[in-house]
Design a protein around this ligand. Structure first.
Ligand code: NAD
Ligand code: MG
Length: 389
């Protein structure tokens, strides 16, 4: 029996993980499931997987969740601190699949206990990569990447010597607007930005895919997790989303990872690592698919990529400021207060200002400093919105 805890169990990644675990109930002992407002789903999964604890991050929903699980034996907790508490409970495998910077503290806490952390929450690495990697080292914890591109790179590197790696290429579908004339992007609506050509994901990451902020974050994730020079990392537009990443070696070989666009692959790889499980994902019929296409990413269409490159060269707390400004700009776009292209304008402005005045580059990456810069960058994003009009 493997004991597992899932942070963000009610989300898109969390549900894919639960799908895998629910298929083999005798193999898993579920410790904690955490979620947000979807209490019905959280309670139903906690019950069917016989979880010890169910946690909602909203303190005010405690009694609602308690009512739903009354008499079932599942313990109930609520609030941000209760989510962190869940990371203190022993588990053999922990999935960090909360969306946004809120995933950082649970990720860090699990690592500080030396756990095996399957990391889908890319914000953990974007905001505090060096802190997380050091915590893993100090506490002999293991981080397994669950973003599809990073899982692909990780798999391509099995048995390889990092010194022989020349480049790492992560692919991007190009998102919802890959074929739109650039002039039209300013008028893109929330509904249009919320539909992904290939992947079925949560709304926020889907919009981040349309703007390529998602890929920008993944560049930073690649740098932090694999410890490679940003100059070695490339983005390649690949419309079919079947090749997830490629690793180039000093002898000219490129090892590509090919698989269906289904997060259960990356999650399942981390769940069964270091072995391979039997996963219920589609087996690709390449003869039927026929062709795969690749093209360079257009920097004019995707300013987020250059912003991410600037964040990588700045280092320090630039990632924390970048992520928080991006999260706030995304909130504003979802609320209908700014247009689609304003997100990149706001993030860029916040970073320029904070890099010039807030000493991000040389700051120490501690949890407190990350949280402080996070709050400041959100405030600066609101100011930028007003300034840009
Ligand atoms: P989602 O929006 O579908 O689900 C997010 C989960 O986090 C939900 O359970 C929600 O209740 C919980 N949550 C939200 N805010 C919270 C908070 N403040 N505190 C505690 N819990 C909170 O998100 P998702 O698409 O599943 O993405 C989850 C993470 O995985 C993100 O970091 C995303 O970038 C990453 N990721 C997702 C995919 C995908 O296919 N969806 C692929 C790769 C990486
Ligand atoms: Mg990805």
């Amino acid at each position: 029996m493997k004991s597992v805890t899932i942070f963000g169990a009610t989300g898109s990644v969390g549900q894919s993980a639960i799908d895998l675990i629910a298929r083999a109930p005798d193999e898993y002992d579920v410790v904690a499931l955490t979620g947000g407002r979807n209490l019905a789903l959280l309670a139903a999964d906690a019950l069917r997987l016989k979880a010890k604890v169910a946690v909602t991050c909203h303190a005010e929903l405690y009694s609602d969740l308690k009512d739903l699980l009354a008499g079932t034996g599942v313990e109930v907790a609520a609030g941000t601190l209760a989510v962190t508490e869940a990371a203190h409970l022993p588990a053999d495998w922990t999935l960090s699949a909360i969306i946004g910077a809120a995933g950082l503290v649970p990720s860090f806490t699990a690592l500080s206990h030396g756990r095996t952390l399957a990391l889908a929450n890319k914000e953990s690495l974007v905001t505090a990569g060096p802190l997380l990697m050091q915590a893993a080292k100090d506490h002999r914890a293991t981080i397994l990447p669950v973003d599809s591109e990073h899982s692909a790179v990780f798999q391509a590197l099995v048995g390889e010597d990092m010194a022989a790696v020349e480049r790492v290429i992560i692919t991007a579908s190009g998102g919802a607007f890959r074929d739109w004339p650039i002039e039209k992007l300013a008028g893109a609506t929330l509904t249009e930005a919320s539909s992904h050509p290939n992947w079925n994901m949560g709304q926020r990451i889907t919009i981040d895919s349309a703007s390529m902020f998602n890929k920008g974050m993944e560049l930073i994730e690649t740098k932090e997790f694999f410890g490679v020079d940003p100059k070695m990392i490339e983005v390649l537009v690949h419309r079919e989303s079947l090749v997830h990443a490629l690793v180039g070696f000093t002898d000219g070989a490129l090892m590509a990872h090919v698989g269906p666009p289904d997060m259960r692959h990356a999650i399942g790889y981390a769940l069964h690592w270091p072995n391979r499980g039997v996963l219920p994902v589609e087996r690709l019929d390449l003869a039927k698919i026929g062709q795969l296409s690749f093209e360079a990413a257009d920097p004019a269409r995707y300013p987020a990529l250059q912003i991410a490159a600037d964040v990588m060269s700045s280092g320090g707390l630039a990632g924390a400021a970048f992520n928080a400004a991006k999260e706030r700009a995304l909130d504003l776009f979802i609320a209908g207060e700014i247009g689609f292209v304003d997100m990149a304008r706001i993030v860029s402005r916040v970073l320029d200002k904070m890099l010039a005045s807030d000493g991000l580059q040389n700051a120490l990456i501690t949890l407190d400093n990350v949280l402080e810069i996070d709050a400041l960058a959100r405030k600066r994003a609101d100011e930028a919105k007003t300034e840009l009009g």
